[in-house]
Design a protein around this ligand. Structure first.
Ligand code: NAP
Length: 297
């Protein structure tokens, strides 16, 4: 690949161990990497480290924000130093209009600032290649949570997977590999047919209230209200629900609490359970996203 990023100035603000792996790859590919919100680690010896965000972002071609972006108050976190960068601070004015800004997920507050400042904002987490690669640490993390919470093995358990998308498909394969009895719940007839062809049970959401009673664990990947009060009421008292879908998830958590059902949200699993793998995924994909975003491919 050579020095495919030579001559490109890239700033990174905040983040965690994942971004360190990414930064090393960006440097290897010839980029000038300017960083704020990181301690002076030996791994970052070839990056330019700044205390102030405004010095890091000045005159850059690309700004990379942490995968979760800014929170609902517009705060970007540097978890390794405890630094925070706010979207209402003056550094924002130093990011030139037209700058390519890469972030995993952008909440409305970041989208608004990007619009006002004329940044070229690209959300990466929902791109197929990123979502499919991240589905592996996500599924492993979900299985880990289930194993920690359940009094029985997943082998031989009745496991429901809601949504046969990128995460659901990987998770269903892993559960089947462990020996769980997998039921896929999906709104698409073709996806249900695929599940049947793979040897799993497959039902529609209309059938869920009558079927959920036999589930010992339910993994939701659908970012829409599918585990409603009616569905939850039909689940067994021992059933564990792990909601993987992005906030607010697909579970009526208030109803689950009222009904005494065990339901947990499980956000951000790749970065939590496999930061190195999650970093390697960023390192594999971001160089191409950068060249595409700068229209150099
Ligand atoms: P995806 O490929 O788009 O899959 C989503 C699934 O939900 C598809 O089967 C889709 O069905 C179904 N769906 C969407 N809206 C629906 C509705 N109203 N009713 C019924 N089914 C519906 O997404 P993904 O990449 O698998 O990600 C799934 C969710 O997990 C997202 O919210 C994502 O942000 C989140 N996520 C979480 C983690 C974590 O660590 N917890 C990690 C990665 C992703 P169709 O195909 O018919 O549209």
């Amino acid at each position: 690949m050579g020095k495919m990023l030579a001559g490109i100035k890239i700033a990174l603000l905040g983040g965690d161990a994942r971004e360190i792996i990414l930064m090393q790859e960006l440097v290897r590919l010839g980029a000038e990497v300017r960083v704020a919100g990181y301690p002076p680690l030996p791994e970052l010896k070839d990056c330019l480290l700044f205390k102030e965000a405004s010095n890091a972002v000045r005159q850059v071609d690309v700004l990379i924000l942490p995968v979760p972006g800014a929170d609902e108050r517009g705060v970007i976190k540097g978890t390794l130093t405890g630094h925070t960068f706010r979207l209402n601070e003056s550094w924002v004015d130093e990011v030139p209009p037209g700058t390519l800004v890469l972030v995993g997920v952008a909440r409305p507050v970041l989208k608004k600032v990007a619009r006002e400042k004329g940044w070229k904002l690209e959300e990466t987490a929902d791109r197929d290649e990123m979502a499919i690669l991240n589905s592996v640490p996500t599924a492993e993390g979900a299985i880990m949570m289930a194993l920690q919470e359940m009094p029985v093995t997943l082998h031989g358990s009745e496991a429901f997977v809601l949504g046969l998308g990128r995460t659901g498909l990987t998770l269903a394969h892993m559960l089947a590999g462990i020996g769980a009895r997998v039921t896929v719940v999906d709104r698409g007839a073709a996806d249900r047919a695929r599940a049947l062809a793979l040897g799993w049970r497959a039902i529609s959401f209309e059938e869920l209230p009558t079927a959920i009673g036999w589930a010992q664990v339910v993994f939701n990947t659908v970012p829409a209200p599918v585990l409603t009060e009616e569905v939850l009421a039909a689940a067994s008292p021992q059933c564990l629900i792990i909601d993987l879908a992005s906030a607010p998830g697909g579970t009526d958590f208030a109803a689950a609490q009222k009904l005494g059902k065990r339901a947990v949200m499980a956000p951000g699993l790749p970065g939590k359970v496999a930061p190195q793998t999650a970093g390697e995924i960023l390192a594999r994909l971001y160089p191409r996203f950068i060249l595409e975003g700068l229209e150099r491919l």
